[in-house]
Write a protein that binds this ligand. Structure first.
Ligand code: SAH
Length: 212
């Protein structure tokens, strides 16, 4: 894709996100910069014939999908991130969400179950993004605590380890459920936990390692 084409596609995408109600400048600016088309076509596989900047999820191989831009923006906005914070992502997939977080100036740690996806994402991500292959149900205990956690796949219930790995004022957003899923926001305030039910969504399942 020509560089100028991808810039105008990204500008259109950001305008649409604003029209859909996204306000966080840090999120909008980062999504205006990250070259989403590279993440959609990584690995040398021809992953999708659709517009990489259209507002829909796209296949990235291995039965997995890159989330639609609106959902990425919505989840990241709800985390109320500030540059310099430490963020854990579960389900790196193509690496797109991690790249947006990196562009926002936070320190990113991301875990992906499927090794080949982790390797391909690692090639596209900046050297300062920490990525590893593993089961996200365990989080990343060696690097905890995190100011925020974003989960890009849906568990049946909120994984306990991820709550434990939040700071005393940490925030987490994740889809929860099987057929019917909802985003849930977990907010810790002085160590106390609040749960807020949010949008209905559809994500790939967060699978247990023995499934692979
Ligand atoms: N944020 C990604 C979305 C990828 S889809 C992107 O921007 O492209 C969700 C990903 O979660 C898939 O790649 C899937 O392999 C991964 N996943 C599923 N269960 C997991 C688990 N238990 N631990 C880590 N990753 C998991």
């Amino acid at each position: 894709m020509e560089r100028s084409d991808s810039i105008s596609l990204r500008n259109n995408m950001v305008r649409l996100l604003e029209q859909m109600g996204i306000k966080d400048k840090l999120v909008l600016d980062a999504m205006g910069k990250v070259e989403r088309h590279l993440f959609v076509s990584a690995g040398g596989r021809f992953r999708s014939i659709n517009d990489p900047y259209g507002d829909y999820p796209l296949p990235i191989g291995f039965g997995q999908t890159i989330s639609q831009p609106f959902i990425v923006a919505y989840m990241l906005e709800k985390l109320e991130l500030a540059a310099g914070e430490k963020v854990l992502e579960i389900g790196a997939g193509s690496g797109y969400v991690a790249a947006v977080l990196d562009e926002m100036g936070v320190e990113v740690f991301t875990v992906e179950l499927i090794e080949q996806l982790a390797v391909e994402a690692g090639r596209l991500l900046g050297a300062n993004v920490h990525i590893r292959t593993g089961d996200g149900y365990a989080g990343w205990p060696e690097q905890a605590p995190f100011d925020a956690v974003v989960v890009s796949c849906a568990p049946d219930s909120i994984p306990e380890a991820l709550i434990q790995q939040l700071t005393g004022n940490g925030r987490m957003i994740l889809p929860v459920g099987t057929i019917h899923q909802r985003l849930v926001r977990v907010v810790k305030k002085g160590g106390e936990i609040e749960l807020h039910s949010d949008l209905a969504v559809r994500f790939v399942p967060m699978v247990h390692q023995e499934g692979y």
